[in-house]
Design a protein around this ligand. Structure first.
Ligand SMILES: [Mg+2]
Length: 230
């Protein structure tokens, strides 16, 4: 078994429970803004937001959307699923979402236990494509921050995963080499194949058992499985 010294983690959907935090946020906003008369339930709004968010992130990863367009477009698209075209409302939803969501505390199961164990033997790092201020707020609210030696976001490196210069920036910041490092994340393209192309080993965290044909160093379905690999 190859000996790694540095482990790089993705944040959203890998450690930070994006679905749960997001759903709770949308529910809170739905109730605060009294949206009952316009959208059947907060879950309906959440489902359309989730779909829009996935699409918008995909466009953002491919550099087809900028940060500002990204933010308001998610809710424009989500509201249009409910036949609502209301620019003021989508801007308000976007502002509230960005204010509340990063303060939510939920992590995916066993994250803290696994990180606590790994921290005894490895240097741990974060590489997130999230916005700098939001990422920092998330790690501070959830007590994740203390586990990580370095945290890299696109606003520091100028590149996003899967771009190899994002990984290059992160390992230089960490003061390590690609061949003593491994990357773990839930996004096959951005986290796993990005790292692989850069020359780093990779672990695909695939809790939803998404089918694929790629060759990855390891594949796991729960974070706890890391303990039998590392
Ligand atoms: Mg992720």
């Amino acid at each position: 078994m190859k000996k790694y010294r540095h482990i790089f983690f993705d944040l959203d959907h890998t450690l930070w429970d994006f679905e749960k935090n997001s759903e709770e946020t949308i529910k809170e906003i739905y109730n605060t803004l009294d949206l009952q008369s316009r959208i059947e339930s907060s879950f309906d709004l959440y489902k359309s937001f989730e779909k829009a968010n996935r699409w918008v992130w995909d466009q953002y990863h491919k550099d087809l959307l900028g940060k500002e367009a990204f933010r308001s477009l998610r809710f424009d698209l989500a509201l249009s699923e409910h036949n609502i075209k209301d620019e003021k409302l989508s801007i308000l939803l976007s502002e509230l979402y960005l204010k509340i969501c990063p303060t939510k505390p939920h992590l995916l199961p066993d994250s803290i236990e696994v990180l606590s164990f790994l921290k005894k033997n490895y240097f741990l790092h974060l590489i997130s494509n999230g916005f700098e201020e939001i990422t920092m707020q998330k790690v501070e609210t959830t007590s994740l921050k203390k586990f990580f030696q370095t945290i890299t976001t696109p606003s520091q490196s100028g590149y996003k995963k899967p771009h190899e210069l994002m990984f290059d920036f992160a390992i230089k910041k960490a003061g390590c080499l690609a061949n003593e490092s491994i990357m773990i994340g839930d996004d096959l393209e951005a986290d796993v194949l990005g790292a692989k192309r850069f020359g780093m080993d990779c672990i695909y965290f695939n809790p939803n058992l998404i089918e694929h044909q790629e060759i990855v160093t390891f594949e796991i379905h729960s974070i706890k499985e890391l303990l039998s690999i590392l």
